[in-house]
Design a protein around this ligand. Structure first.
Ligand SMILES: Cc1cc2nc3c(=O)[nH]c(=O)nc-3n(C[C@H](O)[C@H](O)[C@H](O)COP(=O)(O)OP(=O)(O)OC[C@H]3O[C@@H](n4cnc5c(N)ncnc54)[C@H](O)[C@@H]3O)c2cc1C
Ligand code: SF4
Length: 329
């Protein structure tokens, strides 16, 4: 690991000023992803700006929904009564990720910014990775690509976003609050993440030097009908092959009034297609409706040599997740 400077600001303004004054700096949350990448030589920050002491560690009611500070640890969010009762899909998604020890360390901001688990990206002995080394090529496209994308990929990168929480935030239309040298701004989760295109080295639309300060969950009273399904190789401590975050609201006659769903493990960002969700409105929950929405979500899917199974797995996972969410609605 390369030597680096360490700073521990106590205010957000100080954190942003420290970032601006040190070229090659990185914010440090729980360190559960960044430190691993530094050990592998993938990340080589000049300065680590430890933001864990910033006053951004509260969960409170806000504008009819909930505001979660960026420094709140994953376990705290998952177990918080406001989250568990009103947004169970978020609680389930966080608890499906990593291990209890990691969740105790990982912060909300750091979780949103975690990098892909493409093994060619993680291992600098592989020479071709456009995400790690722009312009070098992509060893995954003709390599072992079982965990990779089937939607929204480019000829530059077929990596997936590995997060669970992000999939639930996408389904819930969460808003990410950020503070940067130009002041505060916010983005919907759908505008926060990005597809790889020809700049796969850039994971999100966060600008350099911007700090995530909070995540806002909107006031959707029907989010109590929510379910997170994660399909993985082992039942714990494994990243998703496919995941589905589904939120469903039913009318008094049992037909679907509202539905929002996002997929994990299929693209460079959590995958959501609002037009596909409209297919469900007014339908009775059941195989026919679930199959229609799955086909709409899978439009344009392009599997690679080792991940063809994901297409059928998406169909089945969507049906299971929507069935569970409808039962709870
Ligand atoms: C063995 C293992 C298994 C795992 N399994 C899963 C899993 O199944 N599902 C899952 O979702 N995750 C999984 N993870 C990933 C884990 O969730 C992330 O490592 C964690 O959420 C990152 O949070 P952190 O606070 O530790 O971030 P850090 O490692 O501190 O930071 C990660 C990145 O975020 C940036 N950053 C941190 N905070 C901010 C902020 N407020 N504003 C702007 N940038 C910021 C940092 O600069 C860095 O680039 C696993 C990790 C490990 C090691
Ligand atoms: S899929 Fe993306 S992250 Fe993986 S090797 Fe290719 S360019 Fe790198």
């Amino acid at each position: 690991m390369k030597a680096f400077a360490y700073a521990r600001p106590s205010t957000t303004d100080e954190a942003i000023a420290t970032f601006s004054s040190s070229s090659g700096a990185k914010f440090l949350g729980g360190g559960t992803n960044l430190i691993d990448l530094m050990k592998m030589g993938v990340e080589q920050p000049s300065t680590l700006i430890d933001i864990t002491r910033l006053p951004l560690a509260t969960i409170e009611e806000h504008a009819g929904g909930i505001r979660i500070g960026a420094m709140v640890r994953n376990s705290t969010v998952a177990e918080h009564p406001l989250v568990r009762d009103r947004y169970p899909v978020l609680s389930q998604a966080i608890l499906a990720g990593a291990s209890p020890q990691l969740r105790n360390m990982a912060t909300i901001g750091g979780n949103l910014m975690q990098r892909t688990r493409c093994s060619y990206f993680y291992d600098p002995t592989y020479a071709h990775c456009n995400k790690r080394l722009p312009g070098s090529g992509c060893d995954a496209i003709d390599g072992y690509n079982r965990m990779h994308a089937i939607l929204g990929a480019s000829d530059q990168c077929i990596a997936t976003n590995p997060g669970d929480m992000a999939v639930a935030l996408m389904a819930l239309d969460a808003r990410i609050q950020v503070l940067g040298p130009q002041g505060p701004r916010s983005r919907l989760a759908g505008d926060f993440f990005r597809l790889p295109g020809d700049t796969p080295n850039i994971d999100t639309n966060l600008r350099p030097g911007e700090l995530i300060t909070a995540v806002d969950l909107p006031p959707i009273d029907w989010a109590t009908g929510g379910h997170y399904l994660k399909v993985r190789d082992r039942n714990s401590y494994a990243f998703a092959l496919i995941s589905v975050a589904a939120v469903v609201g039913l009318d008094s006659n049992g037909s679907i009034r509202r539905a929002q769903l996002a997929l994990g493990g299929v693209a460079h960002m959590p995958w959501r297609v609002p037009d596909a969700e409209r297919v469900l409105i007014g339908q009775t929950p059941g195989d026919g409706a679930f199959r229609d929405v799955a086909e709409a979500l899978l439009k344009g899917a392009k599997p690679y040599a080792h991940n063809r199974f994901k297409v059928e797995l998406v169909r089945r996972s969507i049906a299971r997740a929507l069935e569970a969410a409808s039962t709870r609605a």
